[in-house]
Design a protein around this ligand. Structure first.
Ligand SMILES: Cc1cc2nc3c(=O)[nH]c(=O)nc-3n(C[C@H](O)[C@H](O)[C@H](O)COP(=O)(O)OP(=O)(O)OC[C@H]3O[C@@H](n4cnc5c(N)ncnc54)[C@H](O)[C@@H]3O)c2cc1C
Length: 424
């Protein structure tokens, strides 16, 4: 019996691959979704899912399922702690743009895969694809797993941050540059009072640590190491443990005697790859570097990029064109939607690493202003408002004034210089 020829084969059934499969199957495209794991499968993550991703989950019916089953928690209380230890906490229940939610990936990812299957995608689990090859004459791709072969007119690579398959084709050339840890803390064993807090430690910037609460009171503690600061990926274990043992605010928030699992860690590919297409081929999600260089978050871009890839392929099938020139429209689409902001996000992260005082000044301003100020700031961080919103007088004036004041006090004031000179 000959192998069937699918319209699209997708390697990797994480949020990127499964969402892409859902959008394609909804338009009656014949989709094959391949994953080396068997679902439900875990994925090391901070488990924070922002409103941009929630919109796709809503469309797929997955958000309502999770809310109904009590599997997710909307993060309405929390905020951040600045490098100088200023706690900036707020209640964002009233934010009209919504709030992040936490959900375990072992739950969410399976629900997305099942939605894709219900829409008509065919799922094959426990197949680790070790090679992909393009038959130029036939204009088809084959995906190989040992002696098994899968054939499709087009191929979507959604195999995560290592991008092993795109690297094997020479389209992606480097290793992922950022890393993040995760440890669950058992519910009922800690004294954490809010839903989520980011800890912006001086030595970790532009990375940070975060705690998010799950509906069952379990906590997710993770530590992001983002390039550009003092910390390097090999410091992960030491910094993760150091925060738990030595950061007095983390210690106060968690209390003593909590039960925590051993640290896990995984890589992040930040900032988007320069080319995410080839003949009959697209690359999406972490494999395409669709992670925010400032926050390290990528679920929303995995899903938005997946939708853009599906739109491009649906159009390709409509006109019967699969060459790389035609498929380059996908790169333009994701770049316009979110990729064009990656450069600025990277610069902002470098600035934070160089001048941690700026984060202190933001915390001070936010603590002095009303909720509206906090929401405006949160909207920019969640990608609900453009970065240019920082230039609105309501944000720009108090923030600029506070930044100058903070830099002066912490770096340049005569008393500060005296302290530095005497070492006192
Ligand atoms: C520790 C950590 C914390 C994070 N925290 C957050 C957060 O709080 N919020 C947020 O938005 N983002 C976060 N991220 C980023 C987020 O996890 C990713 O952006 C997201 O998972 C991308 O989805 P994806 O589908 O591209 O990749 P993945 O979720 O990695 O899925 C890839 C899939 O491909 C499969 N696969 C891989 N290779 C093969 C192969 N050869 N053959 C077959 N199948 C294969 C894997 O089994 C997997 O199911 C975090 C990342 C890390 C590492």
């Amino acid at each position: 019996m000959t192998n069937p020829l699918y319209d699209v084969a997708i390697v990797g059934a994480g949020p990127a691959g499964a969402t892409c499969a859902w959008y394609l199957a909804k338009q009656d495209i014949r989709v094959l979704l391949l994953d080396k794991a068997k679902f439900p499968r875990d994925k090391f993550c901070g488990d924070a899912v922002i409103p941009r991703a929630q919109r796709h989950l809503k469309r797929m019916g997955v958000l309502d399922q999770m809310v109904e089953a009590g599997e997710c928690l909307f993060t309405t209380s929390g905020g951040f702690v600045s490098p100088a230890g200023i706690e900036c906490l707020s209640d964002s229940t009233e934010n009209p743009s919504g709030t992040p939610m936490s959900v375990k990936r072992i739950i969410m990812d399976e629900r997305i895969v099942r939605a894709a299957q219900s829409a008509g995608a065919e799922l094959v689990e426990e197949v680790a694809i070790d090679k992909v090859a393009f038959d130029e004459q036939a204009g088809t791709w084959s995906a190989h797993s040992g002696s098994k072969r899968f054939h499709a007119r087009t191929l979507v690579l959604a195999d995560g941050a290592h991008s092993k398959l795109a690297r094997s084709l020479g389209i992606v050339q480097n290793s992922p540059g950022a890393i993040c840890s995760r440890s669950f803390i058992e519910g009922g064993t800690h004294s954490f009072e809010t839903d989520g807090i980011c800890y912006m430690e001086r030595d970790l910037l532009p990375g940070y640590a975060a705690i998010f609460r799950h509906p069952n009171d379990e906590l997710n503690f993770c530590t992001y190491i983002i390039p550009g600061g003092k910390a390097v990926p090999s410091d992960l274990k030491v910094l993760h443990q150091g925060l738990l043992d030595q950061n007095s605010i983390v210690r106060r928030h968690l209390g003593s005697g909590y039960k925590i699992e051993p640290m896990k860690g995984a890589w992040l590919r930040l900032g988007g790859i320069p080319k995410s297409y080839a003949d009959n081929l697209l690359i999406i999600g972490d494999a395409a570097g669709h992670i925010d260089p400032l926050t390290g978050e990528g679920i929303q871009f995995a899903m938005e990029g997946a939708e853009k890839a599906a739109q491009t392929l649906i159009e390709a099938f409509r006109v019967g064109r699969f060459d790389e020139q035609f498929l380059s429209a996908y790169q333009d689409k994701w770049h316009k939607e979110f990729g064009s902001k990656f450069g600025l996000a990277e610069k902002a992260s470098q600035l934070m690493a160089r001048y941690p005082e700026l984060v202190d000044s933001m915390a001070k301003v936010a603590n002095q202003r009303d909720d509206e100020f906090f929401f405006a700031w949160a909207d920019i961080m969640m990608g609900e408002a453009p970065w240019s919103a920082f230039l609105r007088p309501k944000l720009a004036i108090p923030m600029a004034a506070a930044a100058v004041r903070e830099l002066w006090t912490q770096r340049f004031s005569p008393s500060r210089r005296r302290v530095a000179a005497t070492g006192a």
